[in-house]
Design a protein around this ligand. Structure first.
Ligand SMILES: [Fe+2]
Ligand SMILES: [Fe+2]
Length: 337
């Protein structure tokens, strides 16, 4: 029987493992585990916290006497919202794929509840944009590339690391920043619901990954590290494209980036805590992209200088932005019409 890690790296076909009869064993331990499993609790929490998107949106619109989106911010929000909306669509398909392919029942349950959440996020956000009179824009080249990679990979470890740890955590940070900017009251209140759901989706990664990462060979760990690093670079590139829109909305991309680093640290801390018996060896986060506090501070200062940047730094940032824009357009031009 392949190990858990091997099953995540190279999922088998149902013909080799379906059905897993041991799931029906009525052992005392199995029954107790099924009732108390922390991963399965994500599914139950999903039920408890489920909200009806139609009534929630209707009630918020009624409460605030309609949606009055500032005209001068519609265009910028349309750019940000396109990443969020198409990101929700990707998350919907990716979680559905995980629900099909994960064999472990608690993780399968958690992914299944995520499918409902993402479907709701997609239709509610789209409905909001339609009602607010904001045009739904096309996705930028780098953002699309990143999401397509996650949609297409058959490797469940890459899918969960990319989706649950990177995309979901970025979504949490973005939703919070947009809500804090108080651009439009209905949106501000609506995003609270999104954020609470996305935090649960991060939880699926935090709780399931440690056991899988522990079984990684050094070679597979390096491959994972490279996959994640590439995703981070793609995110940096798409950041160059979208950050001007955030600035127009009165949202500081520097503060958001810092928030992202802090959240990333918290995620790693929680993953280490999931299996505290392994002490400082930290096998539970093997292969993950890690950056020391000092490294994070240096990157933060490079991309978002707190003091007026030096000549070389201005040149470097300008060149990176130009490359990001050009390659983004190049990639977008190759996307299907
Ligand atoms: Fe979502
Ligand atoms: Fe999500």
């Amino acid at each position: 029987m392949a190990t858990l890690t091997e099953r995540w790296l190279r999922p088998s076909r149902p013909r080799t493992h379906f059905p897993q009869y041991e799931l029906g064993d009525a052992s005392i331990v199995g029954m107790a585990q099924a009732r108390t499993d922390t991963v399965a609790r994500i599914y139950h929490k999903g039920h408890e916290q489920a909200w009806d998107g139609r009534t929630t949106l209707d009630e918020l619109v009624a409460k605030h006497g309609g949606i009055h989106f500032p005209e001068d911010k519609k265009r910028a929000f349309g750019k940000v919202a396109s990443v969020l909306l198409w990101g929700e669509l990707a998350a919907w398909s990716i979680s559905a794929d995980l629900a099909v392919k994960l064999e472990d029942t608690p993780a399968k349950m958690a992914a299944s509840s995520q499918v409902f959440d993402e479907a709701r996020h997609f239709y509610v956000l789209r409905d909001y944009l339609w009602r607010a009179g904001i045009e739904v824009e096309r996705l930028g080249g780098w953002s699309r590339r990143l999401l397509v990679e996650l949609l297409e990979t058959d490797n469940l470890l890459y899918k969960v690391v990319g989706m649950q740890l990177l995309v979901e955590s970025t979504a949490v940070v973005m939703f919070r920043a947009i809500a804090d900017a108080k651009i439009e009251p209905v949106l501000t209140e609506l995003l609270y619901y999104f954020e609470r759901d996305e935090a649960r989706h991060v939880g699926l990664g935090v709780l399931t990954l440690p056991q899988v990462l522990e079984g990684l060979s050094d070679r597979d760990a390096l491959a994972l590290w490279w996959f994640q690093t590439r995703m981070q670079l793609e995110m940096i590139a798409s950041g160059f494209i979208i950050n001007p829109a955030f600035l127009e909305l009165g949202i500081d991309p520097a503060a958001m980036n810092l928030q992202g680093f802090r959240y990333h640290n918290e995620i790693l801390r929680r993953m280490k805590k999931v299996r505290p018996d392994r002490g400082t060896e930290q096998k539970s986060i093997k292969g993950l992209f890690k950056l020391s506090r000092a490294g994070q501070d240096r990157l933060q200062e490079l991309f978002f200088p707190s003091k007026p940047p030096s000549m070389w730094q201005r040149t470097l940032l300008g060149a990176m932005a130009a490359v990001a824009e050009r390659t983004d357009r190049w990639l977008a031009a190759r996307a299907p019409a």
